[in-house]
Write a protein that binds this ligand. Structure first.
Ligand SMILES: [Zn+2]
Length: 434
């Protein structure tokens, strides 16, 4: 499961909140209780909307429904609050699409930590207790990726984090709990205050970075990580062989091993990226919008290959997350033509023919470049545009500098991998050096 940092406004800066997604494992009785609670949550939602539309006083709606609903008090409160929030948004933003009070079916159950739901750390797992109804808790063990479980464990144990509201819901037939955690100190600078825009081009075997000011390119670098690609191909071949021999349990073991290796490598790469970025004042990191990449049809096979060949989103999330903990914001731009356009301002000739794998050679002006560095510059230019800043008139570009993220021997040692899995690397603070 992915965790997307969200930034909530508080004064000028923004605090860092993440939503962690877990699977629940309720027994039959627990499922029944949750299903009932989801329906009761729907009923409460509908009733709130109905009364609000009717023009009832919102304070009276609150009082009435909170005591009326067959939910734990503060859980009912949160459901009512969410419904009224929907009404508020309708009044502010929307003229026709009023919140509906006639839909049926499950509605998420929102509750406060240590009130409507609680979590208990055990040596090898995290147990949950959700008050589906007063005096009728649903209990079990949280399931999720090791990464997300570690983050929650850290959040529960550490003063640096606050565990907030959670929503229990049913997604595609599975029971899930979405838990919000907020960092109590970290805050992210407002994007609009940025001076340096860092374009990031993520590829299967390298990530290219380009730092631009309004008046010029400041610096650029290509960080290579061929070992990730090599390892993935190695595991891919092994996995194929295993499947053919019908050794599925081995297959799963290899998959996990590969996952850990890639995970560990991506953490290291993302640390290196954020280290490089943090040399600049007031920077903002800009990525290509992955959703746009997937949706765009004529975008060609390169993108599709890129999307499938590496957990791009994972690397992007790691970078975003680690940067956020240094107060550095991140954003996105539309990916069209970033890899095909010549980044020199006086040229900007755009054609697929400009590019041949890693080599960029502009068919118009003849300029040659590392294809991914060229793309990173284009991404940074778009980033400046998006912030309504001047885009520098680029006449010359600095030499391409390469940095190798070396495959250190220790990444293959299980102890180190294990450290990463339970340690604090995931929070991006303790893991700045490697
Ligand atoms: Zn050109």
């Amino acid at each position: 499961m992915f965790t997307i940092p969200q930034y909530h406004d508080s004064n000028m800066q923004k605090s860092l909140t993440k939503t962690l997604v877990f699977q629940l494992d309720p027994d039959e009785n627990g499922q029944q209780l949750l299903n009932d609670a989801f329906l009761e949550s729907r009923r409460t939602y509908n009733e709130t909307i109905r009364r609000a539309k009717h023009g009832d006083d919102w304070e009276e709606i609150r009082e009435g429904l909170e005591s009326d609903a067959d939910l734990v008090n503060n859980t009912a409160q949160l459901v009512v609050q969410k419904s009224l929030g929907a009404m508020e948004n309708y009044y502010e933003y929307d003229d026709y699409n009023q919140p509906s009070h006639t839909k049926d079916g499950a509605y998420p159950l929102r509750s406060n930590y240590e009130e409507g739901y609680n979590l208990f750390l055990e040596d090898d797992c995290i147990r949950y207790r959700i008050s589906a109804k007063p005096y009728h808790p649903v209990k079990g063990t949280l399931h999720g990726s090791p990464d997300v479980l570690d983050q929650l464990r850290t959040a529960i144990e550490s003063d640096a984090w606050r565990v907030g509201t959670a929503e229990a819901m049913k997604c595609n037939g599975n029971y899930e709990l979405h838990i919000n955690i907020t960092h109590t100190e970290a805050s992210v600078r407002d994007k609009q205050d940025s001076r340096t825009v860092i374009g990031v081009d993520i590829n299967e075997d390298c990530v290219a970075l380009a730092a631009l000011h309004e008046d010029d390119i400041v610096n650029s670098v290509v960080i290579d990580y061929p070992e990730i690609k090599e390892e993935r191909h190695r595991y891919f071949t092994m996995r194929k062989r295993m499947q053919n021999a019908e050794k599925l349990s081995f297959d799963r073991a290899f998959e996990q091993k590969e996952e850990r290796f890639v995970h560990d490598q991506l953490h290291k790469v993302s640390r290196r990226v954020v280290e490089w970025v943090s040399q600049f004042d007031c920077s903002v990191i800009v990525f290509e919008d992955l959703k746009e990449m997937r949706d765009s049809i004529d975008y060609g096979t390169r993108m599709n290959r890129r999307l499938h060949s590496l957990p791009f989103r994972k690397l992007r999330d790691f970078i975003t997350y680690k940067a956020a903990f240094q107060g550095i914001p991140s954003g996105e731009i539309k990916p069209e033509y970033t890899s095909q356009a010549c980044s020199l301002t006086e040229c900007e000739h755009t054609t697929r023919a400009n590019r041949d794998k890693k080599r960029f050679k502009c068919v118009e002006c003849g300029r040659q470049d590392h294809a991914d560095r060229n793309a990173a510059i284009n991404i940074a230019k778009k980033g400046l545009e998006k912030l309504n800043r001047d885009v520098p008139a680029l006449k010359t570009l600095p030499n391409v500098r390469k940095m190798r993220r070396q495959a250190s021997g220790c990444v293959n040692q299980p102890t180190v991998t294990h450290d990463t899995a339970i340690g604090h690397h995931a929070d991006g603070v303790a893991g700045v050096s490697d």
